[in-house]
Design a binder for this molecule. Structure first.
Ligand SMILES: [Zn+2]
Length: 200
């Protein structure tokens, strides 16, 4: 059975008293692709560990960077505020009034193809017609599946009826929360050049 190829290198930690150890683990065979390499970082310094945390883009295979814990916490809080408002929109009485109107649009379609076109025009599906035709669904399911961002987009138009102002305002607020989440900075700390190279 093949073992993993593990390579480590240490650099100075941000305060300079200790180190940060980066580990790259790859399957030990001749044709390793970069995507098969798993990267880890460990902060060996107690003080720096309180302040910083290794951070890699979610689902990426990249080498983690060191970032301030408070930045990670602030971004997570901004994300939470976005989803809280997104859920609030879904649970609003305005959304309860909008869903039957969405359902009606879909159910008024005379054919599966037309229903698919209606769903596409409301951006409630990105499936091809072929995919939709295999498992078609009616207006109620489509309306129920609409997320907070879908509801503000659709409700801001004519389907919003008397609730249009609510949805238009909610749309602006949701976009602001999304921007605050996206713009919340995660800045990698620049580490000192490698001090030693250990290879096992
Ligand atoms: Zn340190």
């Amino acid at each position: 059975m093949a073992t993993d190829d593990v390579s480590k290198h240490a650099v100075s930690c941000p305060c300079g008293k200790s180190t940060v150890t980066f580990t790259a683990t790859s399957p030990d065979h001749a044709y390793v692709r970069e995507s098969q390499t798993h990267h880890d970082a460990e902060i060996d310094c107690v003080e720096c560990r309180e302040k910083y945390v290794p951070y890699a883009e979610p689902f990426s295979n990249s080498v983690p960077a060191l970032v301030l814990r408070e930045q990670v916490a602030a971004k997570a809080a901004a994300e939470q505020r976005y989803w809280a408002y997104w859920n609030e929109i879904k649970a609003s009485p305005e959304a309860d009034r909008l869903r039957p109107r969405i359902a009606q649009q879909v159910d008024a379609a005379k054919s599966k193809a037309e229903a698919h076109r209606v769903l596409q025009s409301m951006k409630l599906t990105y499936d091809s017609y072929g995919t939709y035709a295999k498992r078609p669904y009616g207006g109620e399911a489509a309306a129920k599946g609409a997320g907070g961002a879908d509801l503000v987009r659709i409700g801001s138009g004519v389907l919003g009826g008397e609730d249009q102002p609510y949805f238009q305002n909610a749309s602006v607020q949701l976009e602001e929360l999304n921007k605050a989440w996206r713009d919340s900075p995660i800045e990698p700390v620049v580490l000192q050049p490698a001090r030693q190279l250990i290879r096992k």
